[in-house]
Design a protein around this ligand. Sequence first.
Ligand SMILES: [Zn+2]
Length: 193
Amino acid sequence: MYKLSIVNEDRPLDALYIPESLVCEPVMHIWLVKEVYEAFYEMNRALQREGLPSIYGRRGYLCFAYQKKLFQNEVQKNIRQGLKAELAYEKARRTLMPPGCSEHQLGLCIDIALHHMQQDNSISIYEESPQFHWMREYATSYGFILRYPKDKMFYTKFSYRPWHYRYVGIGHAKKMAKLGLCLEEYYEAFYKE
Ligand SMILES: [Zn+2]
């Protein structure tokens, strides 16, 4: 059940894990599994047909080494600001996953940007955008779910991230939306061995 894989600190991926059939998205130069790239492209076209501005993928597949670098940089930044190592790690953990623990390594998720050059990702930027409202309603029709919803932090154990969408395929996405389940709950209910 690759599309339903749960990756987190309890279930990290191997440092050597690389998904199959990665393709490079030509506008933002992020890498995604081909099926995800195609679904994202279709969703973006549908959004534009509704007269809404295009969305962009700010972050897609992240390899283990890159995750490690990002995380270490964040820890170092916190240490420079005067925190002890343990607290510096904890603070970094609130915004980033430790290496191997980010589901971005699956190549199935996209951090959405509303502008071509957008680097920041504050919650209000997304929640107030018409694209966000459209995606909350229709993303499942293209196989995407809002992976870390506000009301599911108990199950995801991760803070609310309105920009982070995960591809699970249309069938699963629609079923999860209909039942009101996040990925952890859905997997537990139907696919746990
Ligand atoms: Zn993300």
